[in-house]
Write a protein that binds this ligand. Structure first.
Ligand SMILES: NC(=O)c1ccc[n+]([C@@H]2O[C@H](COP(=O)([O-])OP(=O)(O)OC[C@H]3O[C@@H](n4cnc5c(N)ncnc54)[C@H](O)[C@@H]3O)[C@@H](O)[C@H]2O)c1
Length: 259
Protein backbone atom coordinates (compact mmCIF):
# COMPACT_ATOMS: atom_id res chain seq x y z
CA UNK A 1 0.00 0.00 0.00
CA UNK A 2 1.36 3.35 -1.09
CA UNK A 3 0.32 5.44 1.95
CA UNK A 4 0.68 2.87 4.72
CA UNK A 5 1.40 4.41 8.12
CA UNK A 6 0.46 7.92 6.98
CA UNK A 7 -2.25 10.21 8.33
CA UNK A 8 -4.09 12.55 5.98
CA UNK A 9 -6.40 15.53 6.35
CA UNK A 10 -8.86 15.99 3.48
CA UNK A 11 -10.98 19.15 3.21
CA UNK A 12 -14.23 19.35 1.27
CA UNK A 13 -14.43 15.56 1.57
CA UNK A 14 -18.20 15.29 1.88
CA UNK A 15 -18.74 15.24 -1.86
CA UNK A 16 -17.28 14.78 -5.31
CA UNK A 17 -13.50 14.84 -5.67
CA UNK A 18 -12.77 15.16 -1.93
CA UNK A 19 -14.84 12.09 -1.07
CA UNK A 20 -12.93 10.07 -3.66
CA UNK A 21 -9.58 11.36 -2.37
CA UNK A 22 -10.52 10.16 1.12
CA UNK A 23 -11.53 6.74 -0.22
CA UNK A 24 -8.37 6.34 -2.30
CA UNK A 25 -6.06 7.54 0.51
CA UNK A 26 -7.66 5.05 2.89
CA UNK A 27 -7.47 2.25 0.33
CA UNK A 28 -3.73 2.93 0.14
CA UNK A 29 -3.40 2.52 3.90
CA UNK A 30 -3.65 6.09 5.23
CA UNK A 31 -5.71 6.99 8.27
CA UNK A 32 -7.90 9.82 7.07
CA UNK A 33 -9.47 12.81 8.81
CA UNK A 34 -12.48 13.48 6.59
CA UNK A 35 -13.73 17.07 6.90
CA UNK A 36 -16.32 19.21 5.18
CA UNK A 37 -18.38 22.31 5.84
CA UNK A 38 -21.29 19.84 5.90
CA UNK A 39 -20.38 17.63 8.86
CA UNK A 40 -23.01 14.99 8.12
CA UNK A 41 -21.65 14.49 4.59
CA UNK A 42 -18.13 14.16 5.99
CA UNK A 43 -19.52 11.53 8.34
CA UNK A 44 -21.10 9.72 5.39
CA UNK A 45 -17.71 9.67 3.62
CA UNK A 46 -16.07 8.27 6.76
CA UNK A 47 -18.72 5.53 6.82
CA UNK A 48 -17.94 4.73 3.18
CA UNK A 49 -14.21 4.54 4.03
CA UNK A 50 -14.91 2.20 6.94
CA UNK A 51 -17.26 0.15 4.74
CA UNK A 52 -14.28 -0.51 2.48
CA UNK A 53 -12.12 -1.56 5.44
CA UNK A 54 -10.29 1.76 5.88
CA UNK A 55 -9.77 3.97 8.92
CA UNK A 56 -11.34 7.43 9.15
CA UNK A 57 -12.49 10.02 11.61
CA UNK A 58 -14.70 12.87 10.51
CA UNK A 59 -15.75 16.36 11.49
CA UNK A 60 -17.42 19.54 10.31
CA UNK A 61 -14.78 22.05 9.26
CA UNK A 62 -15.10 25.44 7.62
CA UNK A 63 -11.72 25.99 5.97
CA UNK A 64 -12.20 29.76 6.01
CA UNK A 65 -12.00 29.87 9.81
CA UNK A 66 -8.41 29.87 11.08
CA UNK A 67 -9.53 29.09 14.64
CA UNK A 68 -11.71 26.16 13.53
CA UNK A 69 -8.86 24.80 11.40
CA UNK A 70 -6.48 25.10 14.35
CA UNK A 71 -8.89 23.19 16.59
CA UNK A 72 -9.41 20.51 13.96
CA UNK A 73 -5.68 20.08 13.59
CA UNK A 74 -5.27 19.62 17.34
CA UNK A 75 -8.08 17.07 17.38
CA UNK A 76 -6.39 15.19 14.54
CA UNK A 77 -3.05 15.14 16.34
CA UNK A 78 -4.77 13.89 19.50
CA UNK A 79 -6.71 11.15 17.73
CA UNK A 80 -4.37 10.04 14.94
CA UNK A 81 -1.03 11.02 16.45
CA UNK A 82 0.21 13.35 13.73
CA UNK A 83 -0.23 14.63 10.23
CA UNK A 84 1.70 13.63 7.10
CA UNK A 85 -0.57 14.63 4.21
CA UNK A 86 -2.85 17.62 3.65
CA UNK A 87 -5.39 17.62 0.83
CA UNK A 88 -6.55 21.22 0.32
CA UNK A 89 -9.59 20.38 -1.76
CA UNK A 90 -12.59 22.41 -0.50
CA UNK A 91 -13.91 24.86 -3.04
CA UNK A 92 -16.91 26.66 -4.45
CA UNK A 93 -17.72 28.10 -7.83
CA UNK A 94 -19.61 31.34 -8.28
CA UNK A 95 -20.03 32.36 -11.89
CA UNK A 96 -19.73 35.97 -13.01
CA UNK A 97 -17.62 38.42 -14.97
CA UNK A 98 -15.40 40.83 -13.04
CA UNK A 99 -17.33 43.86 -14.28
CA UNK A 100 -20.70 42.61 -13.09
CA UNK A 101 -20.23 40.30 -10.11
CA UNK A 102 -21.03 41.28 -6.54
CA UNK A 103 -18.10 42.16 -4.31
CA UNK A 104 -19.40 39.71 -1.70
CA UNK A 105 -19.27 36.87 -4.27
CA UNK A 106 -15.73 37.83 -5.22
CA UNK A 107 -14.71 37.78 -1.55
CA UNK A 108 -16.37 34.43 -0.90
CA UNK A 109 -14.75 32.79 -3.93
CA UNK A 110 -11.27 34.04 -3.09
CA UNK A 111 -11.63 33.19 0.59
CA UNK A 112 -12.95 29.64 0.21
CA UNK A 113 -10.77 28.66 -2.74
CA UNK A 114 -7.51 30.50 -2.10
CA UNK A 115 -7.21 31.95 1.40
CA UNK A 116 -8.23 28.58 2.86
CA UNK A 117 -5.17 26.96 1.30
CA UNK A 118 -3.01 29.44 3.20
CA UNK A 119 -5.00 28.93 6.42
CA UNK A 120 -4.94 25.13 6.38
CA UNK A 121 -1.35 24.79 5.15
CA UNK A 122 -0.10 27.27 7.75
CA UNK A 123 -1.85 25.39 10.55
CA UNK A 124 -0.47 22.04 9.36
CA UNK A 125 3.06 23.31 8.73
CA UNK A 126 4.62 22.87 12.22
CA UNK A 127 3.12 19.40 12.49
CA UNK A 128 4.48 18.36 9.10
CA UNK A 129 7.88 19.78 10.01
CA UNK A 130 7.91 17.93 13.32
CA UNK A 131 7.48 14.66 11.38
CA UNK A 132 10.48 15.50 9.20
CA UNK A 133 8.33 16.58 6.28
CA UNK A 134 5.17 15.64 4.47
CA UNK A 135 3.02 16.33 1.45
CA UNK A 136 0.52 19.09 0.75
CA UNK A 137 -1.64 18.64 -2.33
CA UNK A 138 -4.13 21.28 -3.48
CA UNK A 139 -7.02 21.11 -5.91
CA UNK A 140 -6.45 23.94 -8.38
CA UNK A 141 -8.08 23.71 -11.82
CA UNK A 142 -7.43 24.13 -15.51
CA UNK A 143 -9.34 27.36 -14.77
CA UNK A 144 -6.17 28.48 -13.00
CA UNK A 145 -4.25 28.07 -16.27
CA UNK A 146 -6.83 28.94 -18.92
CA UNK A 147 -9.41 31.72 -18.66
CA UNK A 148 -13.11 30.81 -18.81
CA UNK A 149 -15.64 33.47 -19.78
CA UNK A 150 -17.98 34.62 -17.01
CA UNK A 151 -15.89 32.87 -14.35
CA UNK A 152 -13.44 35.59 -13.29
CA UNK A 153 -13.22 35.04 -9.54
CA UNK A 154 -13.02 31.26 -9.86
CA UNK A 155 -10.22 31.48 -12.44
CA UNK A 156 -8.35 34.07 -10.38
CA UNK A 157 -8.69 31.98 -7.22
CA UNK A 158 -7.36 28.85 -8.93
CA UNK A 159 -4.48 30.72 -10.58
CA UNK A 160 -3.69 31.86 -7.05
CA UNK A 161 -3.71 28.27 -5.83
CA UNK A 162 -1.21 27.30 -8.55
CA UNK A 163 1.18 30.10 -7.56
CA UNK A 164 0.70 29.61 -3.80
CA UNK A 165 1.56 25.94 -4.38
CA UNK A 166 4.84 26.92 -6.03
CA UNK A 167 5.70 29.46 -3.31
CA UNK A 168 5.00 26.97 -0.52
CA UNK A 169 7.03 24.34 -2.39
CA UNK A 170 10.10 26.58 -2.24
CA UNK A 171 9.46 27.54 1.37
CA UNK A 172 8.97 23.91 2.41
CA UNK A 173 11.81 22.31 0.50
CA UNK A 174 14.42 22.50 3.24
CA UNK A 175 11.97 20.98 5.72
CA UNK A 176 11.02 18.09 3.45
CA UNK A 177 7.53 19.48 2.91
CA UNK A 178 6.54 18.87 -0.71
CA UNK A 179 3.71 21.00 -2.10
CA UNK A 180 1.93 20.25 -5.38
CA UNK A 181 -1.45 20.82 -6.95
CA UNK A 182 -3.67 19.10 -9.46
CA UNK A 183 -5.47 20.95 -12.24
CA UNK A 184 -8.60 19.00 -13.17
CA UNK A 185 -10.61 19.50 -16.33
CA UNK A 186 -14.41 19.30 -16.02
CA UNK A 187 -15.18 16.59 -13.45
CA UNK A 188 -18.61 15.04 -13.02
CA UNK A 189 -19.50 16.17 -9.47
CA UNK A 190 -22.32 18.13 -7.83
CA UNK A 191 -20.25 21.30 -8.35
CA UNK A 192 -20.15 20.93 -12.11
CA UNK A 193 -23.84 19.97 -12.15
CA UNK A 194 -24.52 23.28 -10.42
CA UNK A 195 -22.32 25.09 -12.92
CA UNK A 196 -24.24 23.56 -15.84
CA UNK A 197 -27.55 24.35 -14.13
CA UNK A 198 -26.57 28.03 -14.03
CA UNK A 199 -26.17 28.12 -17.82
CA UNK A 200 -29.09 29.10 -20.09
CA UNK A 201 -29.23 25.55 -21.55
CA UNK A 202 -27.75 23.07 -19.03
CA UNK A 203 -27.87 20.05 -21.38
CA UNK A 204 -26.12 21.98 -24.13
CA UNK A 205 -23.54 23.19 -21.60
CA UNK A 206 -22.82 19.59 -20.55
CA UNK A 207 -22.47 18.48 -24.18
CA UNK A 208 -20.20 21.42 -24.92
CA UNK A 209 -17.99 20.75 -21.87
CA UNK A 210 -17.76 17.06 -22.70
CA UNK A 211 -16.72 17.87 -26.26
CA UNK A 212 -13.85 20.04 -25.01
CA UNK A 213 -12.00 16.92 -23.78
CA UNK A 214 -10.12 15.06 -26.53
CA UNK A 215 -10.40 11.83 -24.53
CA UNK A 216 -14.13 12.05 -25.08
CA UNK A 217 -15.81 12.27 -21.67
CA UNK A 218 -16.02 14.37 -18.55
CA UNK A 219 -13.56 13.41 -15.82
CA UNK A 220 -14.57 11.30 -12.85
CA UNK A 221 -13.49 12.05 -9.26
CA UNK A 222 -11.34 8.91 -9.37
CA UNK A 223 -9.27 10.38 -12.24
CA UNK A 224 -8.25 13.18 -9.86
CA UNK A 225 -7.95 11.10 -6.69
CA UNK A 226 -5.44 8.80 -8.41
CA UNK A 227 -3.27 11.85 -9.14
CA UNK A 228 -3.59 12.84 -5.49
CA UNK A 229 -2.35 9.43 -4.36
CA UNK A 230 0.70 9.75 -6.58
CA UNK A 231 1.59 13.26 -5.35
CA UNK A 232 1.04 12.31 -1.71
CA UNK A 233 3.09 9.12 -1.96
CA UNK A 234 6.79 8.32 -1.87
CA UNK A 235 6.65 7.82 -5.65
CA UNK A 236 6.59 11.63 -5.93
CA UNK A 237 9.57 12.08 -3.56
CA UNK A 238 11.35 14.36 -6.07
CA UNK A 239 8.25 16.26 -7.16
CA UNK A 240 7.43 19.62 -5.62
CA UNK A 241 5.95 22.84 -6.94
CA UNK A 242 4.24 21.13 -9.82
CA UNK A 243 0.75 21.67 -11.21
CA UNK A 244 -0.34 18.24 -12.45
CA UNK A 245 -2.89 18.69 -15.22
CA UNK A 246 -5.50 15.91 -15.32
CA UNK A 247 -7.92 17.03 -17.98
CA UNK A 248 -8.47 14.44 -20.72
CA UNK A 249 -6.27 16.53 -23.00
CA UNK A 250 -8.36 19.70 -22.73
CA UNK A 251 -5.39 22.06 -22.40
CA UNK A 252 -3.01 20.11 -24.67
CA UNK A 253 -3.80 22.32 -27.63
CA UNK A 254 -6.47 23.42 -30.06
CA UNK A 255 -9.14 20.76 -30.36
CA UNK A 256 -11.86 20.83 -32.97
CA UNK A 257 -14.49 19.29 -30.73
CA UNK A 258 -15.92 15.82 -30.28
CA UNK A 259 -17.70 15.36 -33.63
N1 LIG B 1 -15.84 19.51 -10.64
C1 LIG B 1 -14.99 20.12 -11.45
O1 LIG B 1 -15.18 20.16 -12.68
C2 LIG B 1 -13.74 20.73 -10.90
C3 LIG B 1 -12.74 21.10 -11.81
C4 LIG B 1 -11.57 21.67 -11.34
C5 LIG B 1 -11.41 21.87 -9.98
N2 LIG B 1 -12.40 21.53 -9.12
C6 LIG B 1 -12.17 21.77 -7.71
O2 LIG B 1 -12.25 20.54 -7.02
C7 LIG B 1 -12.58 20.79 -5.66
C8 LIG B 1 -13.72 19.87 -5.27
O3 LIG B 1 -14.84 20.19 -6.09
P1 LIG B 1 -16.00 19.15 -6.45
O4 LIG B 1 -16.19 19.24 -7.90
O5 LIG B 1 -15.75 17.85 -5.80
O6 LIG B 1 -17.23 19.92 -5.79
P2 LIG B 1 -18.34 19.49 -4.73
O7 LIG B 1 -19.24 20.64 -4.65
O8 LIG B 1 -18.87 18.15 -5.06
O9 LIG B 1 -17.48 19.37 -3.38
C9 LIG B 1 -16.94 20.51 -2.76
C10 LIG B 1 -17.03 20.31 -1.27
O10 LIG B 1 -16.41 21.44 -0.64
C11 LIG B 1 -17.17 21.74 0.49
N3 LIG B 1 -16.97 23.13 0.92
C12 LIG B 1 -17.42 24.27 0.35
N4 LIG B 1 -17.08 25.32 1.09
C13 LIG B 1 -16.38 24.86 2.15
C14 LIG B 1 -15.77 25.45 3.28
N5 LIG B 1 -15.83 26.78 3.48
N6 LIG B 1 -15.13 24.66 4.17
C15 LIG B 1 -15.08 23.33 3.98
N7 LIG B 1 -15.66 22.69 2.95
C16 LIG B 1 -16.31 23.45 2.05
C17 LIG B 1 -18.61 21.51 0.08
O11 LIG B 1 -19.46 21.33 1.21
C18 LIG B 1 -18.48 20.27 -0.77
O12 LIG B 1 -18.70 19.08 -0.03
C19 LIG B 1 -12.90 22.27 -5.56
O13 LIG B 1 -11.78 22.97 -5.06
C20 LIG B 1 -13.16 22.66 -7.01
O14 LIG B 1 -12.93 24.01 -7.25
C21 LIG B 1 -13.55 20.96 -9.55
Amino acid sequence: MRLAGKTALVTGAGSGIGRQIALRFAAEGAEVFVTDLAGERAQETARLVEGEGGTAISGALDVTSASAVQEAMEMMIAQLGGIDIVANNAGVTIVGAAHSMQESDWDEELTVNLKSVYIVSKAAWPHLRSRGGGAIVCTASIAGLWAIPDDAAYCASKAGVVMLTKCMALDGARDGIRVNCVCPGFIDTPMIEGYFADQPDPQAARRFATGLHPLGRLGQPLDIADGYVYLASEEARWVTGTALVIDGGLTAGIWGGGD
